[in-house]
Design a protein around this ligand. Structure first.
Ligand code: NAI
Length: 508
């Protein structure tokens, strides 16, 4: 099959440009690569050739395919050499003035029908196109690093971009083996916008002293199934990349509290604790390998107190069954006896508030996060309140660890760790739908392929229950009085009537 664009120009031969050049050549296009530093171009070409040799050795490409691909990747010594290209993708330095000037120059070189694409991750496509004679020809084409492995690309329509340009870029993305998602030109587009919830809420939890970095990572991996915890992820990405993205999206949305960055990353960035690449980030690394602390031992408790469960606990029947299976002595009275360990399982509210509202003895009250079904989680999470007695905390910990499942005990906060992070992710995703930045289906695709989440954010909301997520947010707003937990109207409408978040239609 012939590629839609037979001759493609790629400008900028850095990490991104070389990846784009590789997949375009693999799709059958002749690729003309240009960089203002000729040696960068030569190095990129050699790098891509080495990749193809490896694919050949692994049997993923035939020797003939490798040879053909190599013939199709050409280094150019001037922009003029791109004159016959029907598509030019730019991956130069992330500066508006440089990108605008480059495209203005290109307009005088390529044919009027040529498609111009920018790989910007944070600049406005509309602003890049503003000074062009033919702004309709320019769109965003946002790939992810490393391009050959991250098989999703955001096709971004600026205010003046023609629909056919976006359609062609989407078709060509598929020919390169990538999945295109269509986005409006808004800060962070889809992936960098949807990704705000995970790290920023985890940072906020850490900044409140609710749990340390490693515990937060463990909880989110074991309860929700994220491959990497938020702090592991930030260590991998490095703070010199991720902190500026947090600041950029926040500023571009005129300080929308949902995207508020954290002083923790600002300070660590200033101090050079960037992550794995500098040997120290949220974790310490020795020769690239993380050094982790041993988990806290399960306390030994000579006599286990009886357990009483609040009638308002989330998943109460399931919690009672779990306690029975763990061999607990369960109290069934209307209120706990004087010895009883008192378990509450709030959604969004903190354990302290629940103890006060339900007139329970805070000294014997411990919370458990029941947002996630017990058979789905590899870890149980308990929270104490400021008055919880040590013997009660130890008893709850020992009881919940009886079957060998991991247990984390955290400090009290509205919404535990998982509830806060899941609700924030779902809320931000819902607001992306509210703003019609992309379709719900493209949002799910972009997040699962671009961020590697176990579920798309809307499917995640459905999984834990839109009504539960809404309840967490409403109650978090009450606990913190913070507008960052204000539910998006999109989620509020669906959550209020218990509708699937993937239900796209809204009658007009
Ligand atoms: P890089 O620094 O690895 O490479 C940029 C290359 O562009 C350099 O070789 C440089 O010599 C060349 N260059 C700079 N100005 C030029 C000009 N006026 N004309 C020709 N060549 C020029 O940068 P990287 O990481 O490849 O990023 C490129 C673009 O892709 C940026 O806009 C960045 O925001 C975006 N991006 C980067 C991602 C990443 O993870 N690195 C992910 C997604 C987008």
């Amino acid at each position: 099959m012939n590629p839609l664009f037979e001759r493609v120009g790629v400008i900028g031969a850095g990490a991104m440009g070389r990846g784009i050049a590789q997949i375009a050549a693999q799709a059958g296009s002749v690729v003309v690569l240009f960089d203002m530093q000729p040696q960068a171009c030569v190095a990129a070409q050699a790098g891509v050739f080495a990749q193809w040799d490896k694919l050949g050795e692994k049997g993923r490409m035939t020797a003939e395919q490798v040879a053909q691909c190599k013939l199709r990747l050409i280094c150019a010594d001037s922009l003029q050499a791109l004159s016959d290209c029907k598509l030019v993708v730019e991956a130069v330095v992330e500066r508006l003035d440089v990108k605008s000037a480059l495209f203005a120059q290109l307009e005088g070189i390529v044919s009027p029908s040529a498609v111009l694409a920018t790989n910007t991750s944070s600049l406005s496509v509309t602003a890049i196109a503003a000074q062009l004679k033919r702004p309709a020809q320019l769109a965003g084409y946002h790939f992810f690093n490393p391009v050959p492995l991250m098989k999703v690309v955001e096709v971004i329509a600026g205010l003046r971009t023609s629909k056919s340009v976006c359609d062609d870029l989407a078709v060509y993305a598929r020919q390169m083996g990538h999945t295109p998602v269509l986005a409006q030109d808004t800060p962070g587009f889809i992936v960098n916008h949807a990704g705000r919830g995970y790290g920023t809420e985890a940072l906020r939890i850490a900044s409140e002293g609710v749990a340390d970095f490693a515990t937060i990572d463990q909880i989110l991996k074991d309860q929700v199934g994220f491959k990497l915890g938020p702090f592991e992820l930030m260590d991998l990405t490095a703070l010199d990349v991720s902190h500026p993205v947090m600041e950029s999206v926040y500023r571009q949305y005129y300080e929308e509290p949902r995207y508020r960055p954290s002083q923790i990353t600002a300070q660590r960035l200033a101090g050079g604790l960037l992550g794995k690449k500098t040997g120290e980030g949220f974790y310490r690394y020795a020769d690239g390998v993380v050094k982790t602390a041993a988990p806290a031992p399960v306390p030994s408790v000579p006599t286990m107190p009886p357990v009483w469960v609040s009638p308002r606990a989330a998943r109460r029947a399931e919690l009672l069954l779990l306690l029975k299976n763990l061999g607990a002595k369960i109290e069934t009275g209307a209120s706990p006896s004087a010895e009883a360990l008192t378990l509450v399982a709030p959604l969004g509210f903190d354990v302290t508030t629940v103890a006060v509202v339900e007139r329970l003895d805070p000294a014997r009250t411990v919370g458990i996060d029941m947002l996630v079904a017990d058979n789905e989680t590899k870890r149980r999470v308990l929270a104490t309140n400021p008055a919880t007695r040590t013997d009660m905390r130890m008893a709850a910990h020992a009881l919940m660890a009886r079957d060998g499942k991991a247990v984390s005990v955290i400090r009290d906060s509205g919404g535990f760790v998982t509830q806060r992070v899941v609700a924030t992710i779902v809320n931000i995703a819902s607001d992306i739908c509210q703003q019609a930045i992309c379709s719900p289906a493209d949002l799910e695709t972009a997040v699962t392929l671009g961020l590697g989440y176990p579920l798309g954010p809307l499917a995640m909301g459905n999984h834990y229950g839109p009504t539960n997520v809404l309840e967490v947010l409403f109650n978090m707003q009450t606990v913190y009085g913070d507008p960052r937990y204000r539910p998006s109207p999109w989620l509020r409408r669906r959550g209020a009537i218990g509708l699937s978040l993937l239900h796209e239609e809204e009658a007009m």
